[in-house]
Design a protein around this ligand. Structure first.
Ligand code: IMP
Ligand code: MG
Length: 514
């Protein structure tokens, strides 16, 4: 019944539109118009001939529209039908394409159905923008997790985790010739062991993966299990945790609000003697106040709590992937740039300004070409170390993905670059987060197994993927997940510190006894 209802409503909208402009109608597709004209021919013919066939009556939904519309004569209609039928294949194609463009899909996607009297609540949600936009799959690409998922076709969850844990250990010993490398050739390094069985059992207690008969673990669930194993492993030696900003600490394009739960977590981490840095693509050369603006909630809290410099000195921001390093000023807790010569790697210092501009020119050209091919209206943002396109007409993740991957695969340059899909934009930056992390870790004197990066974009088109070369990672879907995993980490760290204290006390006691 619902399906029938929705068909009639579509017809209703089409009908009233086409009657008004039937002779020049270009706004609806060939098929829609033909369908409508056929219907009108039938209805008018029945009326003129005085035929009263029960089954051929317009539906009650259609009736008021047809009755209220000026009725073209039968010859007129037949002429119109003949006109459409005489179109060549190419004309029909072109007609359908232009009709598709002007059709109201975008309207429908951008203005969720308000009137639920026709469809009822369930059907109404199907017209909501989010349904078609929330495809999810492209954001969930990972060779290792996909491999684990496929293993569930022949193994139980526990068997998968047991084998994986063993293979990860083997791979850590011989990363180039391990069995896991042969099975998943794209695999990189693991900087810590991963106790996947324990993590799985912990997760299973809540989500009952092992008790499910028909529903194997999905991508997100496997990602969660791997994250939990990574947290328990990293907590043991953690000295530096870095966070991506957009999509990880706050929603894309937003900033730290005063009440952001992550503020407390970051301060707790700093107080546990752990260095914290935000490693973000966002870059504002020479404008520390712009970085401050996005982190205002956090910096205000530093001030309010009168945190000593010994704590806030452990906080940094790496902006523009790897191009700008900022620290907190000791007294007023503002941000200031760390002079390049104090932290930039030799490789970065060798980048030639001409090569950077040449790369950005090429990137801008490729981004514009991609936008043109996909008929996307964009505005261009060019900065000294990056270039991006920002859509000014509605679009979807997949279109941006296509542009990002085109730029990534076609750009040739003498300096490293990162072309990525930001979710609402596409950027090409000079350098990448791996280089940013490398410089930061050297600056702070911290090793890969002591570092953890938390980010939301680890797919081929994501700008967090590069960090995998430098340290362990946590892949989160949104800021809520970041909060959850950081709380888990803080618990582990508290336990670690307690155990260390206990051990120290015991040692002192032993010494006294001696
Ligand atoms: P991230 O997720 O914190 O790395 O930030 C990525 C987002 O930062 C992009 O999607 C853009 O919206 C924004 N952004 C602002 N300035 C820049 C820039 O110069 N390069 C790249 N991204 C930028
Ligand atoms: Mg992000």
């Amino acid at each position: 019944m619902q399906a029938l209802g929705s068909k009639n409503v579509t017809m209703q909208a089409l009908g009233s539109k086409n009657v008004k402009a039937h002779s020049t109608a270009r706004g609806s597709s060939y098929r829609q118009r033909l369908q409508y004209h056929r219907q009108l021919v039938t209805t008018s013919a029945q009326q003129e001939e005085g035929v009263q066939q029960q089954g051929a009556q317009p539906s009650p939904d259609m009736a008021p529209v047809i009755a209220a519309s000026p009725r073209p004569s039968i010859p007129q209609l037949q002429e119109a039908v003949a006109e459409y039928l005489s179109l060549s294949e190419e004309e029909i194609e072109a007609d359908m394409a232009s009709a598709a463009k002007t059709a109201s899909l975008w309207e429908l996607l951008n203005n969720p159905e308000q009137d639920n009297t026709i469809f009822g609540n369930r059907a109404r949600s199907a017209t909501d923008a989010n349904v078609l936009r929330r495809k999810g799959h492209l954001k969930e690409q990972d060779f290792l997790i996909d491999f684990m998922r496929r293993m569930h076709e022949t193994h139980s969850c526990l068997e998968v985790m047991t084998k994986m844990e063993k293979w990860v250990n083997e791979h850590r010993k011989d990363p180039l010739r391990s069995r896991l490398k042969r099975l998943v050739p794209q695999l990189g390094q693991f900087f810590t062991p991963l106790h996947l069985v324990d993590a799985f059992l912990e997760y299973d207690e809540v989500f009952k993966l092992s008790r499910r008969k028909f529903i194997p673990p999905n991508f997100a669930e496997l990602r969660h299990v791997v994250n939990i194993a990574q947290i328990h492993a990293s907590a043991k030696n953690l000295r530096l945790i870095t966070f991506d900003a957009d999509g990880t600490l706050y929603a894309d394009g937003c900033h730290f609000e005063q009440d952001n739960a992550m503020i407390a977590h970051i301060i707790n981490l700093l107080q546990c003697d752990i260095h914290v840095a935000i490693v973000t693509a966002a870059g504002y050369p020479g404008e520390a106040q712009k970085f401050e603006g996005r982190l205002a909630g956090l910096l205000n809290t530093f001030r309010k709590l009168h945190l000593p410099p010994s704590v806030t000195d452990r906080f940094h921001v790496m902006g523009g992937e790897c191009n700008y390093l900022l620290r907190v000023t000791p007294e007023d807790k503002r941000l200031e740039f760390v002079p390049d010569e104090e932290w930039k790697t030799e490789e970065m210092c060798r980048w030639h300004e001409d090569d950077i501009q040449y790369m950005l020119d090429g990137a801008e050209m490729l981004l514009m070409k991609g936008a043109k091919r996909l008929e996307l209206e964009v505005s261009v943002m060019r900065k000294p170390r990056s270039v991006g396109i920002i859509p000014i007409s509605p679009t979807i993740y997949e279109v941006l993905e296509d542009i990002a991957l085109s730029a990534q695969t076609q750009l040739v340059a003498n300096v490293p670059f990162c072309a990525f899909n930001g979710g609402n934009d596409v950027f090409v930056d000079c350098g990448n987060k791996s280089l940013g992390l490398q410089a930061l870790m050297t600056f702070l004197g911290i090793q890969p197994h002591e570092t953890l990066h938390v980010g939301d974009r680890f797919t081929l088109s994501g700008n967090d993927s590069a960090t995998r070369d430098m340290c362990s990672v946590l892949w989160v879907a949104d800021p809520n997940e970041t909060g959850f995993f950081v709380r888990l980490l803080l618990k582990d760290i508290a336990r670690r510190d307690l155990e260390a204290q206990h051990e120290q006390t015991m040692r002192r006691k032993l010494l006294l006894d001696v």
